[in-house]
Design a protein around this ligand. Structure first.
Ligand SMILES: [Zn+2]
Length: 146
């Protein structure tokens, strides 16, 4: 699998994976690359990407998602240890309407200090008529073999 992942020659993250563009690498394995964000929201802001090119999380094969999930806690601990904070956000945007800027799946690890880092506008709504929605999600999960 790591030798056969999809790539996009026009994608900046694929070019980083290929070594065509340098990065400040903090971690690498067969599926995953992590590096410092060149436009950090705070000191220690890292990006964690699959080496393969998939635009959004829902397209990532389970094996690759598992590899990312396995390393996220280790990277979070390392970023916290290196920056001296215990607070951080993990952010993952899918689609332009969700503020995804590079169309190659990526997770942000964003340390939080005093006032810097990720700013969230959290505007909860009332949960209305949840059962049809819940049933639709459960049904879609049943139709998706993974
Ligand atoms: Zn890519």
């Amino acid at each position: 699998m790591p030798d056969t992942f999809p790539t996009d020659p026009d994608c900046v993250f694929c070019r980083i994976v290929a070594g065509d563009i340098p990065c400040h690498r903090v971690y690498e394995d067969g599926h995953v690359l992590a590096f410092l964000d060149v436009g950090p929201l705070s000191r220690g802001h890292c990006l964690v990407i699959p080496k393969g090119h998939w635009e959004t999380l829902d397209r990532v094969p389970g094996e690759v998602a598992a590899a990312i999930g396995a390393v996220l806690p280790r990277l979070a601990r390392a970023v916290c240890a290196a920056t001296g904070t215990a607070a951080y956000n993990v952010l993952q945007n899918n689609g332009a309407a969700a503020n995804q800027a590079v169309m190659h799946v990526h997770f942000h690890i964003i340390p939080k200090f005093n006032g810097d880092g990720l700013q969230l506008a959290w505007n909860p709504q009332d949960l209305e008529d949840p059962e049809p929605l819940r049933d639709a999600i459960v049904a879609a999960m049943g139709e998706d073999g993974g």
